[in-house]
Ligand binder design. Structure first.
Ligand code: SER
Length: 390
């Protein structure tokens, strides 16, 4: 199955079971939300999970793009992405956890064709405050899947205060298909978590107490890229069809090592999406995140060839990304933003070289020097290091 078919299978499955797709999409949270970018599929639905009635009803699904900068240093490995998408399903005081798990299992098995022998699940085993999640345990046993109970790993909360509850995670075996699965989700990393079903039934108050919600809900989330990678039998998200034009067109253009190629793919693709959602580079907030993404790309490209330029970026990559994320912006304006930022960065580097050429910066640099270069000349430490490398 390609990515579009996977998304359609998920959407059709839940629509047939009475779920309405919500207008998932933009990375920008509502203006009253203090966070810069949407970080998970459930994020825009938080007020509704807390009890507000949703205009589209009590059974919802979405495909939500998300952006996380917490993992920026991990980008370049097989799995971490800056912008990714989450498939999610919600019951706002409608059906319960057991129904959600059953549907989850049926979709993975019947819709996506994952054999039950390649699935393992974890459930909340109880702690000092809340007893074990017997309902989930019984459901999984009836369905015949192996279950591993845990404590902390299966208690979902996003913040110290707010919504929380026990969750149950479905793992898929990604080891060699020729050998039977081994170990358990917590003991063997070849068990990869694909779907998290949270029974959102508590609220942690600021005094630390746990209050049951008047209207408990179900919140599930499944990372699209990870699901696609697992279903297509790949080891790395970059080998999936999601990155097909990137991995085909970038290596002949810029001959980089594997980690750098992945970083350039991830950051450019993420930058395009952020621009598509209306953000422009700046020195603060969302614009600064975008600026950092583009400049990290340029630093990587220019490390061994300063003549590389984003003007060479094939239009197909811009088009593919905007289409995939259902963004109406044309490729022309996106390219303009990228090239404008490239020119600004180039000028900054030129200034940086001039400043670093001064005799006082000849020797080793102190933390104070780095602060001065950053605060007065806008030169980040990473950049200074690069500029001083012969
Ligand atoms: N809240 C759950 C998660 O973030 C499911 O959406 O994984």
């Amino acid at each position: 199955m390609n990515t579009d078919q996977i998304v359609r299978t998920f959407t059709d499955w839940f629509r047939e079971r009475g779920h309405e797709p919500v207008n998932g999409g933009t990375l920008l949270p509502s203006p009253s939300d203090p966070v810069l970018f949407t970080t998970s599929g459930m994020h825009p639905l938080t007020p509704y999970l807390e009890g507000r009635p949703h205009p589209q009803g009590r059974r919802l699904i979405s495909l939500q793009r998300c952006l996380r900068t917490t993992d920026l240093d991990e980008v370049g490995d097989r799995t971490h992405l800056t912008v990714f998408e989450m498939l999610g399903s919600w019951s706002l005081g409608d059906y319960g956890h057991s129904q959600s798990l059953r549907w989850g299992y049926e979709l993975l098995r019947g819709g996506f064709g994952i054999p039950p022998g390649r699935m393992y699940v974890t459930v909340f085993g109880g702690d000092d405050e809340v007893g074990p999640d017997i309902e989930s345990l019984d459901t999984w046993r009836e369905l015949g899947l192996p279950v591993e109970p845990t404590r902390d790993e299966n208690w979902w909360s996003h913040d110290p205060v707010g919504l929380c509850g026990p969750d149950s995670e479905i793992f898929v075996w990604t080891g060699d298909p020729g050998t039977p699965p081994q170990g358990t989700p917590t003991s063997d990393p070849r068990w990869v978590e694909v779907w998290n079903h949270v029974s959102m039934r508590y609220r942690r108050e600021s005094d630390g107490s746990l209050q049951p919600l008047q209207r408990p809900g179900i919140d599930t989330g499944m990372g699209l890229e990870r699901l696609v990678t697992v279903l297509q039998g790949h080891n790395s998200v970059y080998d999936s069809d999601l990155f097909e034009p990137w991995t085909r067109l970038l290596p002949p253009l810029w001959n980089l090592d594997e980690t750098s190629t992945r970083l350039v793919c991830d950051h450019l693709r993420s930058g395009i999406v952020v621009i598509g959602d209306g953000v422009r580079p700046s020195n603060a907030g969302r614009g600064y995140v975008l600026r950092r993404l583009i400049r990290r790309v340029l630093t990587t490209l220019w490390r061994d060839d300063p003549s590389r330029t984003l003007s060479d970026l094939p239009d197909e990559l811009l088009r593919h990304t905007l289409d995939h994320f259902r963004q109406p912006l044309g490729t022309g304006p996106v390219r303009e933003v990228l090239l404008d930022e490239e020119r600004r960065f180039d000028r900054l580097l030129e200034r940086g070289r001039r400043v670093l050429g001064r005799p006082e910066f000849n020797g080793p640099l102190s933390d104070e020097d780095y602060h001065y270069l950053h605060d007065t000349h806008g030169l980040p430490r990473e950049l200074v290091t690069t500029l001083r490398t012969p």
